[in-house]
Design a binder for this molecule. Structure first.
Ligand code: GDP
Length: 451
């Protein structure tokens, strides 16, 4: 980690300016070597300098250079940022000069990795930086910034603190049993304490489901036989939000997937019309294929046609989605009612029409109800959002179960202590106080270049 790294930190392409970032012991020296004025070595920390980047005697660009000296920087190392004119050729040329003068091209996420390894941020905060970059809605942004500024880390640190107090009490009891003024800690007391920790962890896991929804959105699949109006529904939902439509090339339709912002929560909608080969969905992709989609979905919108009878295929798929989050929509309510509702038995449905907008508000309200979106609105958004942390919390819960069994079997307190220490350690892994190198490499490689 002693070498000096450099990378383009802004996105590649044409823009007004591009920023090239350099971090490491030689950051200032290397940057200085490619400037015309060569005055950066005597520059004060946290100052900006007007200069020219040169290659031998040739001027490459007119730039502004920020100098930030260790340790008050993102990586805790010396950092130099060169603001050059945007454009691929200029930016690449400046980067190339830096590399030629002793810097190494940074790997994806390497600046943030250094910030973590140098103790500037913990793992949750680092993951928050990545989430912040990828945030597509205001809620996702808030969630990520709470991770970046340490709110989520504090929640885990508090839990760890409680485990530590418990461990300290147990130790004192084991080491100084003869002192009468020490509060004797009994298995019953340990059980009570562990129970509150268990409740907190369960609450965090429950909330983290909301976190996942905020971060990744709700994968929504529209299913139904051909011509019931799946694409019409997708287009209608997207209409208000055209800016975030994804175009997927090579499909029979332009849009098979769209993102809709529902009160700050992203619905990632997949319209199965786009993947059908023939006109008959059930025939072409078969029940198996729809099953795959059903498994992938957080929410299934199943469309029926008000103007047609319900077919056996409909009943078959409806039976498969019954236990998942689903909404049955009876489309084309503007046409004559030919549908036989008795086949739906006591299943709930919403009547809609994509032609005159009927039932669309009701559909949105139902989605909000299913995912408790109104509740997410009022909460403070300090959730764990990544699978890694959630898996570790679930691991802690398993150990808590073992402790509870141990207590019921009157296990020696020293044995319980070992398990409590394990939980303390696992909680440490969440914030990165204890970690494995491979995990760190894998995690930071998911970042974009220059971050
Ligand atoms: P898909 O095959 O399920 O994607 O169905 P489409 O969205 O392509 O719609 C099939 C046909 O039904 C088209 O001609 C639409 O204009 C029509 N359609 C869709 N929704 C409605 C509706 O609510 N009312 C009426 N009357 N026609 C509709």
């Amino acid at each position: 980690m002693n070498d000096t790294i450099a990378s383009i930190s802004t996105s590649l392409g044409v823009g007004a300016i591009s920023i090239i970032r350099i971090s490491g012991n030689k950051a200032i020296e290397i940057a200085n070597s490619i400037t015309k004025k060569k005055r950066l070595l005597e520059a004060q920390s946290h100052t900006i300098h007007y200069d020219f980047v040169i290659d031998n005697e040739n001027i490459i660009d007119e730039v502004l250079i920020s100098i930030m000296k260790s340790p008050k920087t993102f990586t805790k190392e010396d950092i130099v940022e060169i603001n050059c004119h945007g454009g691929i050729a200029t930016t690449n040329k400046v980067l190339e000069l830096l590399l030629r003068n002793g810097a190494r091209l940074a790997e994806p996420g390497e600046f943030t990795k250094r910030a973590f390894l140098n103790g500037r941020i913990d793992l949750i905060e680092a993951e928050g930086v990545m989430d912040l970059i990828n945030a597509k809605t205001e809620k996702a942004r808030k969630l990520a910034i709470n991770q970046v500024d340490g709110k989520v880390s504090d929640m885990i640190k508090d839990l760890r603190g409680e485990m530590l107090t418990l461990l300290a009490n147990i130790e004192v009891n084991i080491d100084y049993p003869e002192y009468e003024d020490i509060l004797e800690i009994t298995n019953k007391e340990i059980k009570e304490k562990i129970k509150t920790v268990e409740e907190t962890i369960k609450e965090i896991i429950k909330n983290s489901e909301n976190g996942k929804i905020i971060k990744e959105g709700i994968v929504t699949v529209i299913l139904g036989r051909p011509n019931v109006g799946k694409s019409s529904l997708l287009n209608l939902l997207i209409e208000e939000d055209k800016a975030i439509v994804t175009d997927i090339e090579g499909t029979t339709r332009d849009i098979v997937e769209g993102k809709v912002n529902l009160d700050g929560i992203l619905l990632n909608i997949i319209d199965t019309a786009g993947i059908r080969k023939t006109d008959d969905l059930v025939e072409s992709i078969g029940v198996k294929k729809s099953l795959d989609l059903i498994n992938k979905a957080d929410l299934i919108l199943y469309l029926l046609n008000n103007n047609e009878e319900i077919k056996i295929d409909d009943i078959e798929i409806i039976n498969q989605i019954k236990d998942k989050n689903h909404i049955i929509l009876v489309n084309k309510s503007d046409l004559d009612e030919k549908i036989d509702f008795s086949k739906l038995k006591d299943l709930k449905f919403i009547k809609i029409s994509t032609v005159n907008n009927e039932g669309i508000l009701e559909l949105k309200e139902e989605i909000k109800k299913i995912f408790n979106l109104d509740k997410i609105e009022t909460s403070d958004l300090t959730y764990l959002t990544n699978a890694r942390s959630i898996a570790l919390l679930k691991q802690s819960l398993e150990i808590i179960e073992e402790i509870k069994i141990g207590i019921d079997q009157d296990q020696m307190v020293d044995m319980l202590e070992i398990d409590i220490k394990r939980i303390w350690k696992i909680l440490g892994e969440i914030i990165g106080e204890t970690y494995q190198d491979e995990l760190i490499d894998q995690l930071f490689s998911q970042f974009c270049l220059g971050k």
